[in-house]
Design a binder for this molecule. Sequence first.
Ligand SMILES: Cc1ncc(COP(=O)(O)O)c(C=O)c1O
Length: 390
Amino acid sequence: MTTRFDTVIARQNSGSTKWDDAATLFGSKDVLPFWVADMDFAAPPAVTEALAARVEHGIFGYPSPHSYAYDAVTAWLENRHNWQANPDWMLSTPGVVTAITLAVQTFTNPNDKVIIQPPVYPPFFSCVESQGRTVLENPLVYEDGEYRMDFADLAAKAKEAKMLILCSPHNPVGRVWSQSELTQLINICLENNVLIVADEIHGDLVYSGHQYIPLASLQTGNEDKIITLTAPSKTFNTAGLYTSIAIIPDSKLRRQFSQVLQQLGISKSNVFGITALEAAYRHGGPWLDELLVYLEGNTEYLTEFITGNIPAIKVSKPQGTYLAWLDCRNLNLPQQELAKFFASNAKVGLNDGATFGRQGSGFMRLNFGCPRPVLAEGLNRIAQAVNQLG
Ligand SMILES: Cc1ncc(COP(=O)(O)O)c(C=O)c1O
C-alpha cells in the first residue's frame, strides 16, 4: 500500500540546504543527501492550509503567540505526552539551538562547566564553547549495539558542573530514555545543583515499544530546575520556519531568560512560524500517527537491508528520531577516508560521525526521513560501494 509519504517531491533548486548545498559539501552533484535533519515530506495539510489562510489575510503585523499558540502547545503536551505544562511558562524562541546558546549564556558564567553526553548533536559543543564555557563530557556507553548513560561518571562530573544539556530522545544514537534513566539523571543533577536544559525537539518521533517522557513531567518536585526546549519543526517538517518554545516553570529563571530575548530583540515570534506551530499542534496528530508508521517502516527496511546486504556495517533499530547511527568501524577506514568513501564512492551525503564528538569516530549518521524508494536507492549505492571495497 502506498501512502502520501511515498511521493517523491523534487527539492533540487528549492533553496534547500539538504539538497542544494550537498554538491558543495560532498564534492559532487550526484550525491543523494541523507544528512541535515529535515525530511523530504510535505508538512501536514493542516499546516499548509493555515499558512495559505495567513497569506490570504494579507496583513503580517506583529503576532501575539500567548493569545492563541501557547494553549495549543499545552494541549499537545498534555494529550500526547501526559505533561501539564502551563502556557505561562512558555517563551517563544527562534530555534532550539539559539535557545540552548542563550540558556548557557544566561545561566552560567565564563569558564563554568557544562555537561553533555557525546556522541551528540554537534551544536551542543559549540553552544557551550562559543560562550566561553567548558564542555564536560559524560560519554554514553556503547555495549552490544546499544547506548546507555554512564551514571557513575555523571555523578562524578556533576560535582564540578553548573549545567547539563540533555538530548531526549537522543540524536544521533536514537535512544528514547526510560523513566528510570531520566529519574537517575535528575537526581544526580539536583544533588549537585546542576541546572538541566532538556532539548526534546525529537520527542514526538518515537517508535512502538518506547515512550517519550518529558523530563519535567516526572513530578520529582524539581521541575523548577529544568528548562525544556521543544518545537514542532522536526515532527512536522517545518524547520525553516525557525519557531521553537522554551518552557521554564521557575519564574525567576523565566524572567532572566525573557530579558535576554528582549535585549537581543528576538522575543517576538515570526508570524508564519507561530501560525504553523499552532496548526500543527492543534490538528497534526492524525498526520503524525501516519508518519510514525511510515518512518518505523523505514527503520525496519533500513536495518533489514543493512544486516542482510552490508554486514560490515552494524546498525541498531532507532527507538526514536529519523536518524540512524551506522557503526562502520569494520570497514577499517580512517575517519577522513570513511566520510570520503560515502560521498565519493557511494555518492550519498551522510553526516560524518566524528562531528558528534570523538566517540563518533568510525560512525556515520543517516537521515531516513524520506520516501522509501529514495532510501532504497541510497542503501543500494552504499552496498555497491562496500562490495567494491573488496
Ligand atoms: C537535538 C537537536 N536539537 C536542535 C536541533 C535544531 O533545532 P533548531 O533548528 O530549532 O535550532 C536539531 C536539529 O537537527 C536537533 O537534532
